[in-house]
Ligand binder design. Structure first.
Ligand code: URA
Length: 244
């Protein structure tokens, strides 16, 4: 890749700032001063320094966010704040995007990355990636609902959902449940409850593909995935060995 792009993506300012660094002879590639911003380098092979600092190029980022209500899971929006707006400008340079969508009023686990291949694997309908939600539901959730979810319910547009697990945590006027689905249809959990005559009042995603929401993350905050989380999030690794 071009040297100016690599440096700009590594936090050394705009392409213009980088040009000025190069002009000042502050950049070396394999210990030789380079002044030409269009030079191509391979971050895997070439040793790049700015002044005394070695440049460690990071291509991908993987962030776990605890999404708050009122924020859109998209990269941009005309009127509302997006999850990308919650990132520091340093991280926004990575051009990351949310993997799958949570509704504006849904909270919880959201993976944000610029790794398109992983995002594809996690959202591909063929992969049956499991997503688990905690929900508060108006009405008394029954064993009948659990059975209906297991068989698949018919949504308002006639689509029959794949088998889903419904675990009743508390049965009351407002019931508490955990729902596990392997699809990602629009408003799926809310519409599944509508199909059995109930209304979701609160929804939070707590896991996806074995990646579990870090409960110490405050709403609206995020952290990088650990190596372990990232390794077992990849569907192929997960299938082979199971999440640890
Ligand atoms: N199902 C929903 O209804 N909403 C979400 O945000 C996620 C799943």
């Amino acid at each position: 890749m071009r040297l100016d792009k690599l440096l700009a993506n590594s936090g050394y300012g705009s392409r213009k700032d980088v040009k000025s660094l190069l002009k000042q002879k502050r950049v070396t590639v394999n210990d030789s001063v380079v002044k030409d911003s269009s030079v191509h380098v391979d971050p895997e092979i070439d040793f790049i320094k700015v002044g005394d600092h070695a440049v460690h190029y990071q291509k991908y980022i993987y962030l776990m966010m605890n999404k708050p209500k009122g924020v859109i899971s998209a990269t941009e929006d005309m009127k509302d704040k997006t999850v990308i707006d919650l990132l520091t400008t340093d991280l926004q340079r990575f051009k990351a995007f949310p993997v799958g969508r949570l509704d504006k009023d849904t909270e919880g686990l959201l993976l944000i990355t610029n790794d398109g291949e992983l995002a594809h694997q996690l959202t591909s309908p063929k992969k049956d990636i499991e997503k688990v939600y905690y929900a508060q539901v108006q009405g008394n959730v029954t064993e009948g609902d659990t059975e209906a979810f297991t068989k698949g319910v018919v949504l308002d547009d006639g689509y029959k959902t794949k088998p889903a697990q419904l675990r009743i945590l508390k049965r009351d006027a407002i019931s508490e449940v955990e729902v596990s689905i392997t699809e990602g249809k629009y408003h799926q959990v809310k519409r599944m409850f509508e199909a059995v005559g109930k209304k979701v009042m609160y929804l939070r995603r707590i896991s996806m593909g074995g990646l579990i929401l870090d409960e110490t993350l405050q709403l609206g905050t995020y952290r990088e995935l650990t190596e372990n989380e990232l390794y077992y999030l990849r569907p192929t690794n997960n299938e082979m060995e199971g999440f640890k």
